[in-house]
Ligand binder design. Structure first.
Ligand code: NAD
Length: 260
């Protein structure tokens, strides 16, 4: 069931969401649709992707974001079906266990993470921008992470480097296309309560606690809290924001000493 958000800020807009079959992407699909957008999901998870699209009356396009032709097809189908592409939430990403300390991370793992997390955003922006240029308006939201602005002793070296790349690319695109009405912002979530983190909490509370102690708000974020930020960045409520590092992180990146 789609929740009806009173603001309805996205009526008449078409939103492409990569990685929309689960986690932050799925919560955002629900929120964007709840605010009136027509949503197009690109994901490799065929069953969950289709279920998500059906739930919100949207379109599912099977898409591996590491393939330029599949990404081009995703945006083309969105345009052909709904007549425009006004919002691109480039969100698909992975953090596999093979990606760890630089001393142990092999080239294959490094490259895989770069392709899914960073090269995909290059493909998606390259595909989305020409549609937005036609209408002189668009909002691109690229998912980076709080690790793009701070370092972790528990390293995932390729992941952090990929998110730093997403942040820098978003900033540059935001500046380049600002006067064409296209806004590009990097969304930097803090640690979010996903199945992976829940597992960590259950299996190793001490490890989870080591992370939680750094978050001033004293908890992990919920996918719906990130989705609310996505809807804001997608809407005209953020019309004076572009090339922004948009941290939604419970205060983690600002903290030195945290409250008791
Ligand atoms: N969860 C967190 O704590 C957190 C924090 C900061 C940033 N992020 C970022 O937020 C984004 C979403 O993370 P999440 O926690 O919701 O992850 P998730 O694993 O719950 O969902 C990711 C989605 O992307 C899809 N996907 C994976 N590889 C793909 C590919 N090659 N092509 C198309 N789709 C693909 C998956 O099928 C899945 O539906 C990622 O970019 C992640 O790096 C997450």
């Amino acid at each position: 069931m789609t929740t009806d958000y009173k603001a309805h800020r996205l009526e008449g807009r078409v939103a492409v969401v990569t990685g929309g079959a689960g986690g932050i992407g799925l919560a955002s699909v629900r929120r964007l649709a709840g605010e009136g957008a027509r949503v197009v999901i690109g994901d490799v998870d065929l069953a969950a992707g289709k279920a998500a699209a059906d739930e919100v009356g949207g379109l599912f396009v099977p898409t591996d974001v590491t393939s330029e032709s599949e990404v081009n097809n995703l945006f083309r189908q969105a345009y052909d079906t709904f007549g425009s592409v006004g919002i691109a939430f480039n969100n698909a990403g992975i953090s596999p266990p093979q990606d760890g300390s630089i001393l142990e991370t092999g080239l294959d793992a490094w490259r895989k993470v770069q392709e899914v997390n960073l090269t995909s955003v290059y493909f998606c922006c390259k595909a989305a921008i020409p549609y937005m240029q036609r209408q002189g308006k668009g909002s691109i939201i690229n998912t980076a992470s709080f690790v793009a602005v701070m370092g972790a002793a528990t390293s995932q070296i390729s992941y952090s480097a990929s998110k730093g790349g997403v942040l820098a690319m978003s900033r540059e695109l935001g500046v380049e296309f600002a006067r064409q009405g296209i806004r590009v912002n990097a969304l930097c979530p803090g640690p979010v309560n996903t199945p992976l983190l829940k597992e960590l909490f259950a299996s190793d509370p001490e490890r989870a606690e080591r992370r939680l102690v750094h978050v001033p708000l004293g908890r992990f974020g919920e996918p719906e809290e990130i989705a609310a930020a996505v809807a804001f960045l997608a809407s005209d409520d953020s019309s004076f924001m572009t090339a922004n590092t948009f941290l939604v992180d419970g205060g983690i990146s600002a903290a030195y000493v945290t409250p008791l």
